[in-house]
Write a protein that binds this ligand. Structure first.
Ligand code: ADP
Length: 487
């Protein structure tokens, strides 16, 4: 699939440190989840290269922070334009290594570029404050300054957007970065790094350390232990988030964590059912269910339960599973074997405990080893695994509830708090439920909520900090108070 690129030089297999492409001592294979074929062998870096990248970022920091925000914005804007210009190639690389349908991959390239555009502009608005004095001989000022060297550890499910959402605010603020992309999707990271080079990013400002799973752990230690690295941003599982948080305690690093979710999707009796079904499909089955904001539990009120299931069954049955390069495909492969096992475990557990299978329920083996049929289960209960764990696959479990209070209690009964959704046309209920859900984000009458202009993030064990929006800049700046005496 990668032989058809318009610009073959976007297919980088070396890592980027201090503006140089480096090979490392060994390589690791990147595979196509749709076919199992090896796409490329990529530089497998380790602890010593991580230290070299930190040193490069440290050396590059002073000249980078000395540029004006407008100068930095010019480079960032060129970078974003190059992402758009090469969108087709980037999307092909993404579908090849990650599996999502090509149309979704194109959408992610545009979404990824939108963070660069947004923060290039926001960088010009990192305003300080003056505070009215309480002493006529003094004046109080507050300025915001770049944190320093920032590290970003990113996941495979959005291999470009999760990089730009972290890196763009860091760079716009005047920080330099070391990125450790997911081992499943290094080719996207290297392609966007290549475009950053072409946009005129100075050496050392943006460094990319590719590594396999074992070396990722070793690199994680170096990034967390470093005194020079002042900030770590991570998107991934809650389990790894806890490990990194613990590892960062020694250097008291500032942390941005975007971790797991267990999103409830509530349909009240007064909902527009067709809209709710459409929202459920978009929220649940996008990226084959592999997003941290995917609906994980569908709660449907008793009065519309049967009607909703009937409409949803028709839509889920109509989804097409296949290789993301084929036109008309809605559901691509899952990322790996463990993902397949987890979805099957959730289905089997629910069926054993009395759930009803309406659609799917097993691997789509005829297409390939890592494809799972879009699955719909009814009569799911809180005793079942899929109500507690994030499935991260194309399984929609539907629960029946009676009252608004019951729905809120069920929805909040989790240690996670990232995204939530509900459908209602009642203005009073919209405010009551919107305020009662213990989540960082609430979609009301929509299943799609993410865009660069809004604060994305979770409460409880779903994470710390917000990405995107003007708030997305906060994590990359230090607040400094200046007290001027002897006036
Ligand atoms: P997912 O469940 O989405 O695969 P993970 O949390 O396992 O997410 O991985 C997300 C990112 O974290 C990847 O880049 C991976 O290499 C990295 N990672 C996983 N474990 C560690 C670790 N112990 N230290 C540093 N990075 C890690």
């Amino acid at each position: 699939p990668l032989s058809a690129l318009n610009d073959a030089s976007l297919l980088r297999t070396q890592a980027l440190i201090n503006g140089e492409w480096v090979s490392g001592a060994s390589q690791f294979a990147v595979t196509d989840p749709a076919t199992g074929e090896t796409l490329a062998d990529v530089a497998n870096l380790g602890a010593s290269e991580a230290q070299a990248a930190i040193d490069a970022a440290q050396n590059a920091w002073s000249p980078w922070r000395s540029k004006t925000a407008k100068e930095r914005a010019a480079i960032l804007t060129r970078w974003s334009q190059l992402l758009h210009k090469h969108a087709d190639d980037l999307a092909r690389i993404m579908t090849a290594e990650q599996g999502k349908p090509l149309a979704e991959a194109r959408g992610e390239v545009a979404y990824g570029a939108s963070f660069i555009d947004w923060f290039a502009e926001e960088g010009k608005r990192v305003y300080g404050e003056t505070i009215p004095t309480t002493d006529n001989n003094k004046r109080y000022l507050v300025i915001k300054q770049p944190m320093g060297v920032c590290a970003a550890i990113t996941p495979w499910n959005f291999p470009i957007a999760m990089i730009t959402r972290k890196v763009a605010p860091a760079l716009a603020a005047g920080c330099t970065v070391v990125i450790k992309p997911a081992e499943a999707t290094p080719l996207c990271a290297l392609a966007v790094a290549e475009l950053a080079q072409r946009a005129g990013m100075p050496a050392g400002v943006l460094n990319v350390l590719t590594a396999d799973a074992d070396n990722s752990v070793a690199i994680g230690h170096v990034l967390c232990d470093s005194d020079v690295v002042r900030h770590l941003s991570f998107t991934g599982s809650t389990e790894v988030g806890r490990i990194l948080m613990r590892q960062c305690a020694g250097t008291v690093k500032k942390l941005s964590l975007e971790l797991g979710g267990n999103a409830p999707f509530i349909v009240f009796d007064d909902a527009d059912l067709d809209s709710a079904v459409e929202g459920a499909i978009a929220s649940k089955y996008r990226n084959a269910g592999q997003t941290c904001v995917c609906a994980n539990r569908l709660y449907v009120q008793a009065g519309v339960y049967d009607a909703f299931l009937e409409k949803l069954t028709a839509k889920v049955s109509a989804l097409t599973v296949g290789n993301g390069f084929e036109s008309g495909v809605n559901i691509g492969p899952l990322i790996d074997d463990q993902a397949m096992t987890k979805v099957q475990r959730h289905v089997d557990d629910a069926l054993a405990l009395g759930a009803r299978l309406l659609v799917g329920g097993k691997p789509a083996s005829a297409i390939g080893a890592q494809f799972f049929e879009p699955t719909l289960l009814a009569d799911v209960t809180p005793a079942m695994l899929c109500s507690r764990e994030e499935t991260f696959g194309p399984l929609a479990p539907v629960f029946k509830f009676n009252t608004e209070a019951e729905a809120i209690a069920l929805a909040n009964n989790t240690e996670f708090g990232l995204a939530s959704y509900f459908y209602s046309r009642d203005i009073g209920r919209i405010f009551r439920v919107g305020e009662a859900l213990e989540y960082g984000m609430v979609g009301v009458n929509t299943g799609l909520i993410a865009t660069a202009e809004v604060p994305f993030g979770g409460v409880k064990q779903s994470g710390l900090g917000r990405e995107g929006a003007h708030q997305g800049m906060d994590d990359y700046v230090e607040i400094k108070y200046l007290c001027l005496g002897d006036i």
